[in-house]
Design a protein around this ligand. Sequence first.
Ligand SMILES: Nc1ncnc2c1ncn2[C@@H]1O[C@H](COP(=O)(O)OP(=O)(O)OP(=O)(O)O)[C@@H](O)[C@H]1O
Ligand SMILES: [Mg+2]
Length: 320
Amino acid sequence: MTTEEILKVEGLKKYFEVSGGLLRKKSLVKAVDDISLTVYKGETLGIVGESGCGKSTTGRLLMRLLDATEGSVYFEGENIMEWSRRELKQRRRDFQMIFQDPFASLNPRMTVEDIIEEPLTTIGMPRGERKKRVRQLLKDVGIPESYTGRYPHEFSGGQRQRIGIARALALKPKLIIADEPVAALDVSIQAQIINLLMDLQKEYGFTYLFIAHDLSVVQYISDRVGVMYLGQMVELAESDELYEKPLHPYTQALLSAIPIPDIHIKKEKINLKGEVPSPDNPPQGCRFHTRCPIATEQCKREVPVFREINKGHYVACHEV
Ligand SMILES: Nc1ncnc2c1ncn2[C@@H]1O[C@H](COP(=O)(O)OP(=O)(O)OP(=O)(O)O)[C@@H](O)[C@H]1O
Ligand SMILES: [Mg+2]
């Protein structure tokens, strides 16, 4: 990991306007609400949080698959929000996304070879070179070359994800955003795919933003981890530090839910009260205060600032 920035995100917001149905007013879903962070070249930054906290929306904003309501995203120093359609098309190859459901992201009527070759054709790579590159990519992701004529439905879930990864790698992107890439797979296959992603990073040297529900998955793969709650980043630190010294009560609760294999270590499971509030009407003050075991009066009124507590360890909590 270097200290060279690949991505810089400032005050990123995405509000969705949703109609409330008959007689009900329109409401604003604050899916992402003021996120700032930096991603360094060659690192893996894990992003975790419960369902609906805005992880996928963040990923899609960073790829400009969605336009932000506010804020900026700098990719290698250039504000991607200012890119024209043409520029975006040209630069698209530098960042790619891997999705949770490989089946939905692979065209069922195309053979594996066509699926992986398509992005190479788009950039006008000569045929011979394309074929060679497809063979290499299949080898990299562990799919036998003899399978090139097959269609997505003829593969297992794990193999389909390997094909999705090969396609994402085709143009040698600099940044890969993997949105829960193993969530839909069998536990036994998950580790294989995670190891594959890590091996590929060593070989190609790209940067990952790795989105997951599960803190145990990201711990293994990430250099740093960011924890999201209701559209905001509540804690961000180096992976080891976050797992050993979590500061935010929400992170502590998430970590307490992971079983430890060592039966001699007793761990108190912190049960959070209630459900995650709706992002169209988030609580005033600290968004977590309605479920927080240590919330005070101040937490109900004032929004905590996301600030650096120790070197590289950021947290948004009044009580830290
Ligand atoms: N196109 C949209 N229109 C309206 N609301 C949306 C849209 N996309 C997402 N949302 C809402 O924004 C919030 C964040 O959604 P998002 O998909 O980013 O969450 P997530 O953290 O990825 O969840 P999950 O873990 O379930 O994938 C949710 O409340 C969701 O319902
Ligand atoms: Mg998601």
